[in-house]
Design a protein around this ligand. Structure first.
Ligand code: ARG
Length: 390
């Protein structure tokens, strides 16, 4: 069933609940919100035909917006909206399973301690003993003039970085800034290469961030070993099991959820070709090449390429040995093309960003390399968006 424009017009022409006067910025905001709510509710009802009468729901939402300046998603709208945000994520190669996302509705939890507790619970549920489940936990949305609390972490689990006296970094350079903020807030981090950062939660722009150490028993980690090179274990490398992005804004029908951590499972190359390899991250190529005894005198010996492949072999082997879900880039590429075909059968496009979809090693060995994708429209919603600073 489609919703007519008349439904909107009827609702908008009902007697105003507010004092009559010149139109204001608030009116403009409400109109913009109503517009986005309209699109979302219509999409929700188109794709979920059992969800009742869309026209009635649209009138309800419009009335609520006029009354309160915002509106509240039903639990079903929230769950489906979060799944749609994943389905719309043009940079994600793992979208085949978008509809199986576990959505945890914690919109009522707004105190930092309660949020930290639910982030920990999120990790427990997502980790699932190594059989990783895609999960999102949705905390309170922003309301007009009342921004909701935020997680300052980029991911629920990430490693700290500490500046060294020689100008280098111990740990993950990507965790330098948060480690410094956490220490300023009173966290007493170690000096290790793989110290899990505390959760940092800020209730409002004026509020100092609160920090919470994630209990060790919920942070599953995998020590990295190589199937053919015993010395690889001596590098002392490890990585955590669950990549849970926590610094993006989930936007559904004009409502912004700034704290909505979500996770899938890792694809090996994220760790083996980027986190451990990028010069701005753990920068391990030189050490691995030396241990492999490669000739590093010229880039043309491809020592970097060879070292990187061995790291990737170690990452996949180690996660398998530890019984932790991890995709490889060959399998995940095939799945993504299956996803596109499946969507096409539903009459839907799959916008994708080629430069993010193609894996950072062996691109042309995967089928995702050899084609183009539907254009990405930056206005597509629901979506996971980069969060504006407060
Ligand atoms: N690339 C990021 C990392 O290495 C994680 C991004 C999300 N990845 C995922 N497989 N869901 O930590």
């Amino acid at each position: 069933m489609t919703v007519s424009v008349e439904a909107t017009v009827t609702a908008l022409s009902q007697p105003p609940t507010k004092a009559v006067g010149p139109a204001t910025e608030t009116d403009r905001d409400e109109l913009a919100l109503a517009d986005q709510a309209f699109d979302f509710v219509r999409q929700f009802h188109t794709e979920q035909p059992g969800a009742g009468d869309p026209a009635q729901r649209i009138r309800e939402v419009l009335a609520e917006i006029r009354e309160t300046g915002t509106y509240r998603h039903t639990a079903e709208e929230l769950a489906y909206g979060a799944k749609l945000a994943w389905r719309n994520a043009a940079r994600c190669i793992g979208r085949l399973y978008w509809n199986s996302l576990v959505v945890r509705d914690f919109r009522h939890v707004t105190d930092p301690a309660g949020m930290a507790e639910q982030c920990v619970e999120h990790l427990r549920i997502a980790t699932n003993g190594g059989k990783i489940r895609p999960v999102i936990t949705v905390f309170a949305p922003d309301a007009p003039g009342r921004p909701a609390p935020r997680l300052l972490n980029q991911q629920l689990v990430r490693y700290a970085g500490y500046p060294r006296e020689d100008g280098g970094c111990t740990g993950d350079p990507a965790g330098l800034e948060l480690a410094a903020r956490a220490r300023a807030a009173g966290w007493t981090g170690g000096q290790g290469r793989f110290d899990v950062l505390p959760l940092m939660i800020q209730q409002s722009p004026a509020d100092a961030p609160h920090w919470y150490q994630v209990p060790e028993d919920v942070v599953m980690e995998v020590p990295l070993v190589h199937p053919d090179h015993a010395w690889f274990a001596d590098l002392g490398l490890r990585w955590y099991a669950v990549p849970a992005i926590s610094d993006m804004m989930l936007e559904i029908g004009g409502i912004s959820y700034p704290a909505a951590p979500f996770n899938g499972w890792y694809m090996g190359t994220e760790i083996g070709a980027r986190n451990l390899v990028d010069a701005e991250r753990y920068d391990m190529l030189g050490e691995v090449a030396a241990r492999l005894g490669l000739d590093t005198s010229s880039p043309r010996t491809m020592w970097r390429d060879r070292a990187m492949i061995e790291i990737n072999i170690a990452v996949l082997h180690s996660f398998d040995a530890a019984g932790v879900t991890m995709a490889d880039h060959h399998t995940e590429s095939d799945r993504f093309l299956r996803h596109i075909a499946k969507e096409m059968r539903q009459g839907r496009e799959t916008p994708a960003d080629w430069s993010w979809i193609v894996p950072p090693v062996s691109g042309s060995l995967t089928p995702v390399y050899h084609r183009y994708y539907d254009q990405v429209d930056p206005n597509t919603r629901p979506a996971f968006l980069l969060r504006e600073p407060w």
